[in-house]
Design a protein around this ligand. Structure first.
Ligand code: XMP
Length: 324
């Protein structure tokens, strides 16, 4: 694919020119395709003068930090710092049930933690950090233009504007002319694993918006385990690439169940899996019964506190992909 190779060469040249021979760049990574590809490109261009930061917000998927450390640090050689801010995030989420409040708290706390870390990197590197890397894609550019109207409150995303102003950083967005499928090709060309390149999108507020009701450490543990089992079975069945996005949500209700010879009142897991190309409309994925039976069996057996599993068969619209 010669055009993509040319894109890499041109972009690396451009980054080197813009950043200069001693300039440094910081950027947040999430474990997703976009931020990983952007980070790898930056690393190819300026090596350890690019500082990647992963903020552990306490609501990422099971073992996510370890996975990101393995792929980025060990696999791709990227200079990565992982900041464990889970207690800070979970502390602020205590008692909060409203999904938009959850989003705001997570977004604002992310900015605070990231700024603190960026300031530390700046101090330790002698103060020549001038740029903030963002893995913005072309559709994000369009969306942020068209969503600037008065009804821009549909769902709030991270806002880095304040960060740029407070820290006097300039934005660098090497993927801003690319679509998702092009980013995947680029990632493959840069030696990023198929597993990562084809990862489903994961929302910034993480499983906090997939736990309906209050987000407590105990609820996070339940949602994580159930989600992990679901995704593991999807991969084992060879269905991961056919599905656009899949996850387990933890519902805020209790249902009755019989476990052994005891009646229990435990929680309910809802599975969601959709096929979509644009994420504006989506259809539920038509698993066969055998698959769903196996996943449900594993979840009620392996996840303490769950006695029932349901499958969401709502199309978007009206049902959004996320539950909240
Ligand atoms: P909905 O639920 O609106 O989701 O059908 C469409 C796509 O957007 C993702 N999503 C988010 N991503 N922060 C994010 O970074 C958010 O607050 C958020 N809410 C939804 C969702 O996962 C799906 O891919």
């Amino acid at each position: 694919n010669w055009t993509m190779e040319r894109f890499v060469d041109t972009e690396i040249d451009r980054i080197r020119k813009v950043v200069g021979p001693t300039g440094q760049v910081i950027g947040a990574v999430s474990g997703g395709v976009d931020s990983t590809v952007a980070a790898k490109l930056m690393h190819e261009a300026i090596g350890d003068r690019f500082h990647a930061i992963l903020v552990d917000n306490g609501v990422m998927r099971l073992n996510e930090c370890e996975i990101v450390h393995k792929t980025l640090t060990e696999g791709l050689g990227i200079n990565l710092t992982i900041v464990d801010a889970s207690e800070e995030f979970l502390g602020k989420l205590k008692g909060v049930e409203d999904p938009e409040k959850k989003r705001k708290i997570i977004g604002n706390t992310f900015i605070e933690v990231f700024q603190r870390e960026a300031e530390r990197v700046m101090r330790e590197s002698g103060g020549s950090v001038d740029f903030l890397l963002q893995g913005t894609l072309y559709p994000d550019v369009i969306e942020s233009i068209s969503f600037k109207g008065p009804s821009a409150t549909i769902k709030t995303h991270h806002n880095v504007g304040g960060l740029l102003e407070n820290m006097r950083l300039k934005l660098i967005e090497p993927l801003r002319e690319l679509f998702k499928d092009e980013v995947r090709v680029l990632g493959t060309n840069l030696g990023i694993s198929e597993d990562l390149v084809w990862r489903h999108p994961f929302p910034g507020p993480g499983i906090a918006i997939r736990i309906l009701g209050e987000v407590t450490p105990a609820q996070v543990a339940i949602a994580r385990k159930a989600d992990h089992i679901f995704i593991e079975e999807i991969k084992a069945a060879g269905l991961y690439r056919k599905i656009s996005q899949a996850y387990a949500a933890l519902l805020p209700v209790r249902a009755v169940g019989v476990m052994g010879d005891k009646r229990v009142h435990d929680q309910v897991i809802a599975l969601r899996a959709v096929e979509t190309t644009d994420y504006m409309t989506a259809d539920w994925f038509d698993f066969d019964g055998k698959f769903l039976r196996k996943v449900a069996g594993r979840i009620v057996n392996e996840v303490d506190g769950v006695c029932r599993v349901v499958y969401d068969i709502t199309q978007k619209p009206p049902g959004t992909i996320e539950f909240q």
